[in-house]
Design a protein. Sequence first.
Length: 447
Amino acid sequence: MTAEHTEATPEFALPRSRAANERLHAMIPGGAHTYAKGDDQYPENLAPVISHGRGAHVWDVDGNRYIEYGSGLRSVSLGHAHPRVTEAVRREIDRGSNFVRPSMVEVEAAERFLATVPTAEMVKFAKNGSDATTAAVRLARAATGRPRVALCADHPFFSTDDWFIGTTPMSAGIPEATNELTVAFPYGDLAATEELLTRYQDEVACLILEAATQTEPPPGYLEGLRELADRHGCVLIFDEMITGFRWSEAGAQGLYGVVPDLSTFGKALGNGFAVSALAGRRELMERGGLRHSGERVFLLSTTHGAETHSLAAAMAVQSIYAEEGVTARLHRLGERLAAGVREAAAGMGVGEHIVVRGRASNLVFATLDGNGQPSQEYRTLFLRRLLEGGVLAPSFVVSSALSDEDIDHTVDVVAQACAVYRKALDAGDPTPWLAGRPVKPVFRRLA
């Protein structure tokens, strides 16, 4: 059953989810296998533990149904248990999932991927995005003989590996010497990037960034980065984990027409199945292969990187996107949702406090206090009201399984949440509406 949609529902509780969360914490550090899925990201005692999902809906172990956004941290862009994807997976599982030699599925998956992303000349598959981005960094260092990595400071996540995590507040366990090899540049500022490259002349192996996230790249920016990388002899890497498929089937590089040396894909590529990809220029990629006379690079070598069923899922996803115009549908659904949320927020007098941002296919929201500053307390209030209304939305990232009715219901719930938000703003204190501790940022030094 769907959770009750009332302004105040003190009876709304998740006892089975709460018990399951305790079991999770007893065995799994953080209570989840991804920090962004932790129960600290949700209002106290209102972190649903999922039983199952279908399409744009999930059910928790307490029996509540939710419209879900940001599914699988943006990976399930077609909706849960998409029939064409699951059928492709079933066919391969019945034929075996892993062998001592490459299978024909690897041939077909590589051909399909390179047809989808024609700016790439070679591809290698893995299971998660961190492996792919770290392999790209290693390859860039090997090709240039340089030690430093320059990453975009305005983008929140690139890898679980030391070269990136050392730059976050959760840098415990990472030697300072490693941290010193990573430097940062601001998004959209070519002059600052050139100054960085000049300061570390002949030391920077690569520039790594998401080509776009919450804002469109300034005119000429990506082209300018391409020119800077060429002029300073470093490798340009696009992290397409999010932009892949949501911006275009070929990612941001396909939409904006700027070709990186290397790019990494994941998330939507498998619709929830574990598959990622490192792709790029043959001259670079072949350094991780056997058909060259130079020093070998240990590029990607994972036992499960070519599991047949995950590659089958990826091929099915690419077919569905091409045949059904999924990217355009994601954009339309996102535009409808953003317009509805903005109208609801404005109507309740909180249009300057609940702010929807990002490309229509990749929407996030900010919760601002009375002074216009980001607030975890007001985020907690907002998330609690959404959950009580049957909307599970750490973001407003859409899947193509959403219906117009789902969007309309979400907007209705948002309007109810905005009414409470207005009361908290008028009171100057959201605490009475939190019913517990506020949610916390993922990256923080102390637990």
